[in-house]
Design a protein around this ligand. Structure first.
Ligand code: ADP
Ligand code: MG
Length: 333
């Protein structure tokens, strides 16, 4: 059945069930002019939005409809994680071509609801229109953080340690093996298709006193630059310390690429990158899901990668081309 057969209200009826995960904060969900929700006293409110366009952000070739919805939810929830916050309420706006299949749309909503349930997010409203352009989906998500405690990008201090969560580059590895139609590598494929937002680690880092935090949506290099620029510091990282998953290393070897390129420039990992005071070093070391990859230093906002003891190079924010030799500098000089 096409959405043009069901009409706007038939569509809303089809997706409005099973949308609440934490009813205690919802006065009115889907079904009125506005949703009504309750904010927690003494908390600051966070709000973020993220949009996906068919043909630009996803395609049928590599992404099932369930995964489109899942990833849309993750992108938004991950932004709340990157403030050290708790995700709460979401609304979703959809522009659909008239010949869109209702089953396809329901599967997208199933994926979105699944990630919302996992992270206790309520889907409390939205808007539905038709378009002559490609299918477009936009989620706006409200979250909360204890008053004054949101972890900004601008707080990194010289001397702080640079920390990342879990392993980086798996999503790019997953996409590469999917495009090359290679069997196996299910960990990497899943990292690409159903990335998980790091809500618990974001809150833990805030509670421990993290000074800056970002989620890795555009690649580690880009996120490092955002913190360096916002905080007006340099960041120095050790290539050897960037945590890579065994499967990602194997995929890189098979495809003849440097796995660090996936970590630095791949993006969509939705892991966290943060800075913490040096005194937290032992705590980070003891934490199985967090890894120290470098240090914040005094400087004008540059990011320096040490490839080994001898050699360092300036990273570019984006579009970096396989360790361009012109960027190399000898740190002994
Ligand atoms: P109004 O015309 O008053 O803005 P609508 O008729 O557009 O309301 O929507 C009716 C109800 O369905 C509202 O509660 C709205 O939030 C909800 N809704 C509409 N589209 C969506 C969607 N894509 N996802 C979730 N809820 C939706
Ligand atoms: Mg109305």
């Amino acid at each position: 059945m096409k959405v043009s057969d069901t009409g706007e209200f038939g569509f809303i009826d089809a997706i409005k069930l099973n949308t609440l995960s934490d009813e205690t904060t919802v006065v009115k969900g889907i079904g009125d002019d506005c949703a009504v929700y309750r904010a927690t006293p003494e908390y600051d409110q966070l709000i973020t939005t993220d949009m996906m366009v068919r043909g630009i952000h996803f395609s049928e070739q590599t992404t099932a409809p369930f995964d489109v919805g899942y990833r849309l939810g993750t992108a938004n929830i991950s932004d709340i994680a990157a403030m050290g916050g708790i995700p709460r309420q979401a609304v979703v706006a959809v522009a659909m071509p008239a010949d869109t299949d209702l089953g396809y749309m329901s599967a997208i909503f199933d994926g979105l609801k699944e990630v919302c349930h996992t992270y206790k997010v309520n889907l409390i409203g939205g808007d539905t229109v038709t378009t002559t352009g490609p299918l477009t989906l936009s989620v706006t998500l409200v979250g909360e953080v204890p008053k004054g405690q949101a972890v900004l990008r601008s707080g990194a201090q010289p001397g702080d340690l640079v920390v990342v969560s879990n392993t980086i580059g798996n999503s790019a590895a997953g996409l590469a093996v999917l495009l090359a139609q290679i069997k196996g590598f299910n960990f990497c494929k899943r990292a690409h298709q159903r990335p998980e937002p790091q809500i618990k680690l974001g809150q833990w880092l805030r509670q421990q006193g993290a000074t800056a935090l970002n989620d890795i949506s555009d690649g580690l290099s880009s996120e490092l630059h955002e913190i360096a620029k916002a905080s007006k510091v340099n960041i120095e990282i050790k290539g050897m310390a960037i945590p890579l998953h065994e499967e990602t290393k194997q995929a890189a070897q098979l495809l003849g690429v440097n796995p660090l390129d996936w970590a630095l420039y791949g993006g969509e990992d939705f892991q966290l990158l943060g800075t913490v005071p040096q005194a937290l070093g032992p705590l980070i070391e003891a934490h199985k899901d967090l890894h120290c990859i470098g240090q914040v230093t005094v400087g004008p906002g540059k990011v320096i990668l040490y490839t080994d003891e001898e050699e360092a190079l300036f990273l570019e924010p984006k579009g970096y081309d396989h360790f361009k030799t012109t960027d190399r500098m000898n740190i002994k000089e």
